[in-house]
Design a protein around this ligand. Structure first.
Ligand SMILES: Nc1nc2c(ncn2[C@@H]2O[C@H](COP(=O)(O)OP(=O)(O)OP(=O)(O)O)[C@@H](O)[C@H]2O)c(=O)[nH]1
Ligand SMILES: [Mg+2]
Length: 324
């Protein structure tokens, strides 16, 4: 039997660190990979007392990016290699960050780009939001950045995406993300019969397989346990890795460009099958929804009365004070 697989979670920026902190000191499930955490930010504002100091990397002399992505982009870009020396990548690397802030949305994509450059297996877990024009715009630009990185690296950027819907608790997305990490720990365990690292490498880097016609691009990974739902939601999936609890279970009927499967030997994921479905069509849908919000807000903004400024007819007196 292989040595147990190891996962590094890079929690980048506020949201990334919050979600990664769920895994501090957590014992791994039987048959699942061991999980190690790293917390990387430009600020100490999301630090928790239980974050082990050796897992922390706070970029020196900064104190947040205030949701402005270009604020610290240059400094962040200069420390990526140092981050990866201190927080060494493991067999599988999960890079978690919000797309709407100013720090994680730069740290995360740059770590991911460096991992892809080094041919190290990595998956992005991205939290988008559109509670303000700024966060919606950041989300869009971050997704475009990930697509760009895929083009430059000439390999897909595989992303799990959760959206903080307006009016909804953040914990809904947090739970989706932690459940997905737990499922990925079964896939990356190296304990699955019939599934080796090369299968998983091809599953992630599907565009490199000889018969795949899909160019490297930003792609969406969804974990599912109901075969009928897969066919419903993803009629043309690109790449699927499947795990079954028994060797003789009916396989999927949907055809993908790449498919590998294995059998969980000692695992008990509370479902009898897990499918890790990668598709590319849903990515443009995510982008279009955010573009719609931005277009709507632009109209709202343009319709604001500009004539009714409170002080417009009053001459300011000394230092701006209006005294009578
Ligand atoms: N689901 C979820 N979303 C979060 C959480 N924290 C922040 N967010 C979302 O992510 C967006 C960006 O916030 P952060 O991730 O804290 O930003 P950052 O990466 O630290 O960047 P700066 O604070 O601008 O330097 C927010 O507008 C929220 O929509 C969290 O714990 N869970
Ligand atoms: Mg922050």
């Amino acid at each position: 039997m292989n040595q147990l697989g190891k996962i590094r979670i890079f929690g980048c920026g506020g949201a990334g660190m919050n979600i990664a902190s769920h895994f501090i000191g957590q014992k791994s499930d039987p048959g699942a990979a061991e999980i190690f955490t790293s917390f990387i930010d430009t600020s100490r504002s999301n630090m928790r007392a239980n974050m082990p100091p050796e897992d922390l990397y706070v970029i020196p002399e900064l104190d947040g990016s205030g949701k402005i992505r270009k604020e610290n982009a240059e400094v962040i870009s200069g420390v990526i290699k140092d981050i990866l020396v201190r927080q060494a990548p493991l067999d599988t690397n999960l890079v978690i960050f919000s797309a709407g802030g100013g720090s994680g949305s730069v740290i995360g994509p740059l770590i991911l780009a460096e991992l892809l450059r080094r041919d190290i297996p990595a998956i992005a877990l991205v939290i988008g939001s559109d509670e303000s024009v700024l966060t919606a715009n950041n989300t869009l630009k971050t997704l475009e950045t990930l697509d760009n990185i895929a083009g430059e690296a000439d390999r897909p950027v595989v992303m799990v995406y959760g959206h903080n819907h307006r009016g909804q608790r953040r914990s809904v997305v947090d739970e989706d993300m932690t459940t997905t990490v737990a499922a990925l720990a079964f896939l990356a365990s190296r304990q699955n019969d019939g599934l080796d690292s090369k299968d998983l490498e091809n599953w992630l880097n599907f565009s490199n397989t000889p018969t795949c016609q899909v160019a490297p691009q930003l792609s969406l990974l969804t974990v599912m346990s109901d075969p009928a739902e897969i066919e419903d939601r993803f009629p043309c999936p690109v790449s699927i890795a499947s795990l079954y609890s028994e060797t003789d279970m009916p396989g999927l009927t949907v055809v993908s460009d790449y498919h590998c499967d294995g059998f969980m030997i000692d695992a008990n994921p509370r479902v009898d099958q897990l499918h890790f479905v990668i598709d590319v069509d849903s990515v443009s849908e995510i982008g279009n929804n955010i573009r719609d919000t931005l277009a709507r807000q632009k109209e709202v903004s343009a319709s604001r009365p500009t004539r009714n400024r409170l002080s417009k007819d009053t001459k300011p007196s000394n230092g701006g004070l209006i005294l009578d």
